[in-house]
Design a protein around this ligand. Structure first.
Ligand code: TYD
Ligand code: MG
Length: 447
């Protein structure tokens, strides 16, 4: 293996064996540093760079200063990265990105909004509504549907961020697929993404998805981008969730929570309090559980509605995985004598949250039992445990943080698995071995 030195162009990354004034890759002048970037090694005529010498600075995120967005992204957007923000029409994508653009531009960095979908006047009107101060001078709009113009802006002005609203509105300027076709969409995204990487611009593409995830839609772009963010919520309330579905530079489990108000999207400061705000503890069919949402504990209310099955039992899940509900119901049928037999059940997470946490198993079961027996769960009682196939209760991860959150929200009792560590003082733990024990603790009903 022979060793050579690489002088990489700061604009396009092209490597050169020795320093030169003009890049052989992108023809840019003075873009090659006079110090070599990494020792390159040549193996069988192919240049290899030792991983230890690769410049990590390229993947350091720049904070957006919108706390909920930075949480989801693990710090912010990485320069030169491409992100896709997808969601149903009307959910608030344009509002969220406009707020983001205003915040970034306030730091003095330049941001370009490509507004293929809305007239600049509409964007300006919305900006004044959601931003009660002067619009920063470094925020620009580009009213076009021509991909080549967007690329030109990235090349000539090198803004910190370009937002394309929406990627489905762009045409490629060449004959590369029928309008609205997946081929065209991929072509446009690939051209924009090459330009973003070459000029070190953070590129945010907005894509509309329909409820069924429409094949011609942005789903076909997910493999091409570094980060996929989904923005969704329940139309019946104002809560909106930002999640990272794919993220090459950080975690994918964190969610950001916003509330749509008259002046745009407002971060929800205390999500647990927000989720429990409309709970009526006097009603049967509801149980509260501290779930883990990324690293953040979150109190959610699980509701259940049961009624006599007409034929075969049907189970419907909203916000909880169907597989989990099936498991909980099967164990309940098996281990709780006849308490749940012959009943259809609908289980839902109040407030439109979507949870995927085995710690919510017990709360699902207790909500169903509470509904079946028409006995409310005491107002200050929570529960948190995974249910095993033999009906045993199992401890889940991060119990200390979950219990602290339950206590903070005013809960005094919590039903947990036998091996659960002690919680904060003031929170009584009821260690139950099995689902049957848990039901007995809860209601004092003999089964
Ligand atoms: P929008 O961001 O245009 O959605 P998308 O880009 O995903 O299609 O937001 C659409 C809805 O948000 C619209 O029905 C009105 C509502 N909205 C508010 O309630 N408050 C506001 O301040 C703004 C700007 C929008
Ligand atoms: Mg929009």
């Amino acid at each position: 293996m022979s060793k050579s030195t690489s002088y990489n162009c700061s604009s396009c990354g092209h490597g050169h064996a020795k320093w030169q004034g003009r890049c052989a890759g992108c023809s840019e002048w003075h873009s090659i540093p006079d110090q070599p970037s990494a020792k390159m090694q040549t193996l069988g005529g192919v240049d290899l760079v030792p991983l230890a010498q690769v410049d990590q600075a390229q993947s350091i995120p720049v904070p957006t200063t919108v706390e909920e967005i930075d949480r989801v992204l693990g710090g912010g957007f990485v320069p030169g990265s491409v992100s896709l923000l997808s969601g149903e029409p009307g959910i608030g994508k344009s509002t969220l990105t406009l707020q983001l653009a205003l915040r970034i531009a306030r730091t003095g960095a330049s941001v370009v909004l490509v507004t293929g979908e809305e007239a600049p006047a509409q964007v300006a009107a919305r900006a004044s509504r959601i931003h009660n101060r002067d619009i920063p001078e470094s925020l620009f709009v580009l009213d076009t549907t021509d991909t080549r113009k967007v690329i030109q802006v990235m090349r000539d002005d090198k803004p910190q961020m370009v937002v394309v609203d929406s990627v489905q509105m762009l045409n490629s300027g060449e004959d590369s697929g029928a309008p609205g076709s997946p081929t065209l969409l991929r072509n446009v995204a690939s051209q924009l993404s090459d330009a973003a990487k070459k000029h070190n611009v953070s590129l945010l593409l907005i894509g509309h998805v329909t409820k069924d995830g429409g094949l011609a839609g942005p789903r076909t772009l997910e493999h091409m981008v570094d980060t996929v963010l989904s923005f969704d919520g329940d139309r019946r309330n104002d809560l909106r969730f930002l999640r990272s579905v794919k993220h090459r530079f950080g975690p994918t489990s964190e969610a950001g929570l916003f509330e749509m108000v008259g002046t745009g999207l407002r971060p929800v400061k205390d999500p647990s309090a927000r989720f429990l705000a409309d709970r009526n503890p006097a009603l049967a069919g509801s149980a509260v559980v501290p779930v883990l949402d990324g690293r953040r504990p979150l109190m959610v209310e699980i509701q259940a509605l049961v009624r006599k099955s007409s034929d075969r039992t049907t189970l419907t899940a909203h916000g909880v995985p169907t597989g989990r509900l099936n498991l909980v119901n099967s164990v309940g049928q098996e281990k709780l004598s006849n308490m749940l037999s012959g009943l259809d059940a609908l289980v839902s997470v109040a407030g439109g949250a979507k949870i995927n946490d085995p710690g919510a198993d017990l709360a699902m079961l207790l909500a169903m039992v509470s509904a079946a027996r028409e006995v409310p769960v005491p107002a200050t009682m929570a529960s948190c445990a995974e249910i095993g196939l033999s009906g045993e209760l199992r401890r889940v991860a991060t119990m200390e943080r979950r219990l602290a959150e339950a206590q903070r929200l005013g809960f005094t009792d919590c039903i947990v698995a036998p091996s659960c560590p002690d919680g904060p003082t003031g929170l009584r733990l009821h260690r139950a071995e099995s689902v049957l024990d848990a039901v007995q603790v809860l209601m004092g009903i003999s089964v």
